[in-house]
Design a protein around this ligand. Structure first.
Ligand SMILES: CC(C)(COP(=O)(O)OP(=O)(O)OC[C@H]1O[C@@H](n2cnc3c(N)ncnc32)[C@H](O)[C@@H]1OP(=O)(O)O)[C@@H](O)C(=O)NCCC(=O)NCCS
Length: 174
């Protein structure tokens, strides 16, 4: 059956789910950095931009970025394991890339754990370039790999799907 994902701005009631997904799927094996309190504080900043994808009313994934004066930084992005490999990550990333472009920014970066090869393939497929390794970036425990897109282009995925822009990417702002 075809998925019907809905993307919308994140709400206060999503914070616990975002923090839990980050804990389980991004920060596993590291001290919990993106706690509900930290996410709540981050979302209160005027520079933050956060989306949630729901499927049949269920939380399926989220992304958070910081849109600064000159640069965008993708802070967190994760999809619940049962919804992976079905294009949800693409939707979340495309919306962040598009938001940064709309804000007039030309430079977007992010860090990924060095052991997270799937995420590295995901960002490379979206058009990000691997810039450098950051030794012991995560709590002095694990290296990070920094990715960057400059200038920020529409992703290859968005270009391919533009002609039939999506029945499946309806926008529902809260
Ligand atoms: C990385 C992640 C967000 C991808 O989400 P997803 O919804 O499964 O990704 P999509 O289905 O949109 O895939 C988009 C592209 O990424 C690449 N990709 C995704 N999963 C992949 C995998 N397991 N192996 C290889 N490439 C993969 C492919 O190029 C894919 O395009 P294709 O389907 O046309 O081949 C997801 O695996 C995840 O949440 N991981 C845990 C959290 C995390 O690592 N976050 C990123 C670091 S902050």
């Amino acid at each position: 059956m075809r998925l019907q994902p809905t993307i919308r701005l994140a709400k206060r009631s999503d914070i616990a789910l975002m923090a839990s997904l980050s804990r389980r799927e991004i920060e596993h094996g590291l001290p919990w950095s993106w706690t509900p309190t930290r996410i709540k504080r981050f979302l209160a900043l005027s520079s933050s931009n956060a989306y949630v994808v729901d499927i049949d009313g269920q939380f399926a994934g989220f992304s958070i970025s910081s849109l600064g004066d000159a640069r965008a930084h993708l802070v967190l992005l994760a999809v619940e394991p049962k919804w992976r490999k079905q294009g949800i990550g693409k939707i979340l990333l495309d919306w962040q890339v598009q938001a940064a472009r709309t804000a007039g920014l030309t430079d977007m970066s992010l860090e990924v754990r060095s052991m997270n090869k799937v995420a590295q393939l995901f960002y490379a497929a979206a058009g990000f370039s691997r810039i450098r390794s950051l030794p012991k970036y995560y709590c002095g425990i694990e290296d990070a790999v920094r990715f960057r897109m400059q200038p920020i282009r529409e992703s290859q995925w968005a270009i391919r799907s533009n002609s039939s822009k999506s029945a499946s990417q309806s926008k529902k702002f809260s």
